[in-house]
Design a protein around this ligand. Structure first.
Ligand code: LMR
Ligand code: MN
Length: 428
């Protein structure tokens, strides 16, 4: 511990080391020892650090947020001392940020990030860590400013390049510029740049500019780096062992009951959807920037395994059907929704977020010249019939007809998930 021990702490190093040994297995005793040290040496960096670490361990043992807050307050005290050796400052600050993020307290984490940046102004790593905190709480303006500053000083910092490219793509929809930043960032191979999100958006930007061969090359690289399940299946929240194929046959799934009840009741379901459309158009525009041209809206009944009670009041028959099918109602990684698409719509090729669901479409009002491609195969809907596909595979939709198309989308759990997985997977 030489390099974390300042000249005053050297004099009491034996006592500090003795207390330190007790942190893991005799935590309460360690706190007592550090408190005694702090009574005599109130500005001893290593005593404060030891006390913070011991409180941190105790908080974990007792699962106590109150104790964790005390630990965090102690890390802060340490960071404000005069004579803290660099490695100690760094270790304490990074742990403090880790715990503040764990508590969801990103605003206070920012204060610690700023202390690190002030102390190590020539170290881009700390600026990049701050960007991650900003982006986690959607403070995009702040993230953007910090990245611009970092890149003006360090134009080849890979981490900053990919994050700036990510903002240009996902916030500004600035495809050209985003490609340049993402490409340069990824090519550095720096820590943190080989990440599915950056490959995903680089390929998507290229594809939207018609540079499909380059996009496919990016996706194939992504598969090689184990970021994607396959060049067409680019979901990022996956259970790896699940069977993956673009289109599914009814018999390949255990959901025969669902298909029968949907197909038997399709006209009632259609009438409920159309009545919501006609009332005071409660459908909401697609909001994920997936649309190239046209008009595409949805009316959600279930999402993340939860019923939308207000919306279900308007479609009681449809919701009762979904309620009766646990793998649809309880599909925490999916939704049930009406989807209306108007003529001249084109939806860009895109992938859903997860391979944990299959997507069932029930055709309700299907005019000619409406198509959906999943991976290599284009199909169309039929009134009163279901189509089943895995939307983690690239899919693309066209409406070249003359009247609106309405379908009911029902996501169901992937049939190979265990009941434990269905209970414990995080919602999406
Ligand atoms: C999709 O799931 O992206 C589309 O198939 C939705 C739709 O309305 O066709
Ligand atoms: Mn989709």
């Amino acid at each position: 511990y030489e390099n974390i021990t300042n000249k005053d702490d050297v004099k009491i190093k034996q006592k500090i080391d003795e207390a330190h040994k007790n942190i893991q297995n005799n935590t309460a005793y360690a706190i007592k020892l550090f408190d005694v040290l702090l009574q005599n040496y109130s500005s001893s960096p290593r005593s404060l650090y030891g006390k913070a670490q011991a409180l941190d361990v105790l908080a974990d043992q007792k699962r106590s947020n109150e104790i964790l807050q005390k630990a965090i307050a102690t890390y802060f005290k340490l960071l404000d001392l005069e004579d803290v050796p660099d490695p100690l400052f760094e270790a304490a600050a990074e742990r403090c940020i880790n715990r503040l993020r764990f508590m969801g307290n990103y605003n206070r984490a920012v204060d610690v990030h700023l202390k690190l940046i002030a102390r190590f102004p020539e170290e881009p790593k700390y600026r990049n860590q701050l960007v991650v905190s900003y982006l986690t709480v959607n403070r995009v303006k702040k993230a953007r400013m910090m990245l611009q500053e970092t890149l003006s000083k360090y134009p080849n910092d890979g981490f900053a390049l990919v994050h700036y490219g990510f903002i240009l793509k996902t916030v500004d929809n600035n495809l050209h510029e985003s490609i340049s930043y993402l490409e340069r960032g990824i090519s550095t191979r720096a820590p943190g740049v080989i990440d599915g999100r950056f490959y995903f958006h680089l390929g998507d930007a290229l594809a939207r500019l018609g540079r499909t061969e380059e996009a496919m090359k990016v996706y194939e690289d992504g598969v090689e780096q184990k970021l994607f399940l396959s060049k067409y299946q680019r979901s990022l929240y996956n259970v790896d062992r699940l069977k993956g194929q673009p289109w599914w046959k009814k018999e390949e799934t255990p959901y025969g009951n669902l298909y029968s009840v949907l197909e038997a009741n399709w006209q009632k379901i259609r009438d409920e959807g159309i009545s919501v459309m006609n009332k005071n158009d409660l459908f909401q525009s697609e909001s994920e920037n997936l649309k190239d041209t046209g008009d595409w809206k949805q009316f959600e009944l279930f999402a993340r395994g939860q019923k939308n009670v207000e919306n279900c009041k308007k479609c009681p028959i449809t919701c009762k059907i979904i309620d009766s099918i646990p793998d649809a109602r309880g599909c925490k990684r999916g939704q049930t929704k009406f989807s209306v698409m108007h003529p001249t719509t084109h939806v860009w090729p895109h992938c859903g977020p997860t391979n944990c669901r299959l997507r069932v479409h029930l055709g309700l009002k299907v005019p000619p010249r409406t198509y959906i491609r999943v991976a290599d195969e284009i199909r169309s809907w039929k009134n009163g019939e279901v189509l089943i596909f895995d939307d983690s595979f690239e899919h693309e939709v066209w409406h070249n007809g003359t009247t609106f198309r309405l379908v009911l989308i029902v996501d169901v759990w992937h049939p190979e998930l265990t009941s434990l997985e269905k209970r414990t997977l995080s919602p999406i």
